[in-house]
Every structure is written in structure tokens, then in C-alpha cells.
Design a binder for this molecule. Sequence first.
Ligand code: SAH
Length: 541
Amino acid sequence: MKGKLLVIGFGPGDEKHITGRAKEAIQESDIIIGYKTYVDLIKGLITGKQIISTGMTEEVSRAQEAVKQAELGYTVAVISSGDAGVYGMAGLVYEVLIEKGWKKDSGVEVEVVPGISAINSCAALLGAPVMHDACTISLSDHLTPWSLIEKRIEAAAQADFVIALYNPKSGRRTRQIMEAQKILLKYRSPDTPVGLVKSAFRDSQKIVLTNLQEMLEHEIGMLTTVLIGNSSTFFYDGLIITPRGYQRKYTLNQAIQPLKPHQRLQKAAEPWALEQMEDVTPVNKKLVTPTSVKESPRELAEEALQMILGENDGPSQGLMVKQDFQSIFEVAVSPGVANKKFTATQMVILSEIVGEEGVMEYTQDHYMKLQILTSKPDEIVEKLTAANFLIAPVGDVLTVKACDFCDGEKKDSIPYADELQERLGGMELPKELKLGVNGCGMACYGAVKEDIGIVYRKGAFDLFLGAKTAGRTAHPGQIVAEGIAPDQIVGVIEGIVQEYKQKAYPNERFYKFFKRVKEVQGFVYQDITPNLKIEAAVCGE
Ligand code: SAH
């Protein structure tokens, strides 16, 4: 009669995180073999079993004993913490079997029972630090040459993997973690979030949030897993979070801003996708380098070599270069709120800043939208400001669209447009919002067609709310007040915008919001939708 080998990962250490199959497998077995500490951890589950517990370093003899007992006809459980296939006993058991000429069909039956590995249990305690491409690296050099471990750390660091360091340190192995830190700091910022989790889900559990620079100032031991974030990982309220993707943009006033979940999954937000690599708008083309636009394997190899060696430096220098993460910097640029005239000098400066690679797009919102791939948005902002441009963020923000007040002839309302721009321009909102300001009753710049519109007439402002600016059901805003005194208009608009900011659903346009809440700052919505049913049409139809 042939026995059975059950190679079981029992998870981080508490009973709740042992899988159902692992518990069942332990019940099924006649003999339990494992490292003493592990056997103690799951003592509650093993009654009436023969237990063979050995010391930590006796892994090989444990595996051999297990195979021997299985060959004698017993059902044997070999237990590992976490997952048995992650620096655990599974591989070793197979190696011992193979050495004896074991074959799957004719030899003893083997079942590997998966368990929750430290990378997963520790990540759960820290928040969501893994989330994206990640790897595990064991710093134990007992069975692996240190030179290989070094190479793996280097490669993982360079490729921006989230890294879980197992076996980071023991009584005798204390230098490895210092060397690892040194390599990581070549590629990652010193303030990269790091989580130290000791004895996850065990009585002595301890969690420390630190960063790459300071991590060695905390206790790290045999029972610690060191989780190192990637270049996008951030701290939030005592947690470590790695966003799902790299979709991020620079916007004004905020160095790097990850895209909000609802902004993702749009083609425009993923210029680096394989499918879009053929789309050769300059910014896209830049973004997909280094690999995708290279023609032959040789070119690819040469470029990789260049990256390692550095452009002009020797080999050691080249590797020391920190990754310089570029993102698209988007900014709205115009000559002014009530000024539509670019000077020749300004045009020259724009063309210099945008260059061959960037994109400059004239929009219907009275500004030029620039998209420039850069790691230094501040320098661009400085140059634009020096050229007297009005700059504003792009996206779900408030944009003031004023007429040019007929070259200033009707200039009385210009100060109010400027003040509105200063107070509200660029404010982040649930959805983009255009505020139209017209300087006379002709309203030829179409203020009544914007989300919020004000028209200066007879020394006071008329207020229009809730235009639907696009689509076959487009309509102007409803006139909700006439003759608002100039010294009150800024306050009124500010109140409306604040209420929208606080109460609107994410992504809810102003006209929908107005229709839903029926009243904003005392201005009441009137249902003027025609009864006629209009068929919905999507873009391109
Ligand atoms: N098979 C195990 C790993 C064994 S190697 C697994 O899949 O999790 C031992 C290393 O695992 C330790 O040095 C530590 O880095 C990590 N580890 C195992 N259990 C842990 C726990 N409960 N909390 C934190 N780290 C743990």
C-alpha cells in the first residue's frame, strides 16, 4: 500500500488564515513533520497524530523522513508556514523524491496544499502595497550566492517592481539588508514607502511604516517581511497603497497626480498601451520608448546596453543613475482672462517650450492646451509665467471663459472676470465646469451656453445656470436672476460653485446636478425639457 505526501502551507500563523483544505489535509494525515515552531503554531489542530518536529536547519532530513514514511504506507503531512512552495518544503520534497527515481504515476501520491504566503498576509496588514507587478526576494545566502541575490535586487529595483524581502536578517546575517538598501537607493527615492511586518497574524505581530532611507533604524529580524513600494506607492492614513496603474499626470500646483479611478480606462489616459503604439502623436511616441519604437533586436539590445552603461559614463557610473520618471505635463495657457491676443514673442516661447515632441492644441475654451513629456514641470511653469501667460490646470477644474470686452471698450466688468479667475480658476471639481463671463447684453461670446454664465448689462449681472453645452439635446442655461449688483456677483458665484463641489456626485456635470437638486443657493430649477423624446446618440454615430 502506497502512502501519501501532503505538503501543506498553513498561512501566516493563526488558525483563521489556514485554508479549509489545509485543515482537512492535516486531519487526514497519520504523521506531521515540521519545524518545531511551526508545529507549535498549529498544535490546536493536531490531536492524536504522530509528530516529528525538528530544528530549523534540518530541512533535508525532514524531507527525507517524510518520503520514507510515505513509502512505508503512511499519509504524511509536511508543514511549512505561509505557502509551502515559497521558500518552503515543497521543492525539497520533490527533489528528494526525484533523487530516488520517483515518477508521478507510479510513485507515492503527492499533494501540495497552497497557503497564504507572507507577501500576501503582510500586504493585507499594510493596506494594499503589492497591487501591481511585484516580486519576492529572499536575502538568505545560505543556498544562493550573494552575487546572484544582488543581481536580482538590482533588476527588481530598476524594473520598478514592488519587492517583498523574505529572510531579511538573522542573528548572523546582518549585512545583507544594508547592501540591499544601498542597491535600492540607486533607483528609488529615499522616501519610497516601506512596511516592516513582523510575525503577521501571530501574537507578537508588529507593523512599522517607514521609508527606504530610514528602514534600518527599526527592528528587522528573522520573522520580518520587508515590503518595498514602487515609484507610485504612497502612504495614506497609516496605510501603504500602490495604485493599480501608472496613469498619472502632472497638473499645476500638484507635482504628480494619479488619475482618479473614474478617469482611467480611457484611451487618452493610456498612450503607452501596446495597441496604441502605432498612434504616433509625438507625446505617445516618446512615452513608449525605450523598447517599442526600436526596429530590430539588435537596436533593442544596443539601447539596453546604453541604459546600463549610461550615455557617456563608464559602467559603474551608468548604473548609479536614478530612474527619472517622466509624465505628461498638461497645462492650459492663455494671454489673459479678457485678452485673446498672443504676442509674437509669446508664440516663439510657446513653440520653444513645446518643441517637436510635445503637443499644443487650440481648444474651444479660449486657451492652448500643452502636453509635454517632462520630469520637471516647475521649469515649464517658470518659463510660461515669465512670458506673462495666464496658466491654469486642465481637467475637472473650473475654467473662466470671458469675452475680450470688445478691446476694452466695455471694460467695466473686466475686474470681476479677473477676480473670478483668481478666486475660482483651476479649482478642482467633480467634473469640468466652465464659467462664461460676457461684458455686454449682446453676450456674443456665448456665456449663456456655459455651465454657469453671467452677462454684464446696465451696470449689473444677469445669471444663467445649467446649460448643456453639447449633444443633440444641448440647451442654454436658465436665467435665474437679473441685475445682481457687481459687488455681490463674485460671492454669489462662489457660493454656487462651493455647493456644487460639496454636493455633486463624482463626474456629475453641473446641468445634471442642478436638475437633480432643483435648487442651488436659492436659485430654483425649472423643468423646461421638451416632451419630445430624442434618441440618444453616442460619439461617432
Ligand atoms: N513559506 C513562507 C516563507 C518562509 S521563509 C511563506 O510563504 O510565507 C521565512 C521568511 O518568511 C521570514 O524570514 C519572513 O520574511 C517571512 N515570513 C514568514 N511568515 C511570516 C509572518 N507571519 N510574518 C511576517 N513575515 C513572515
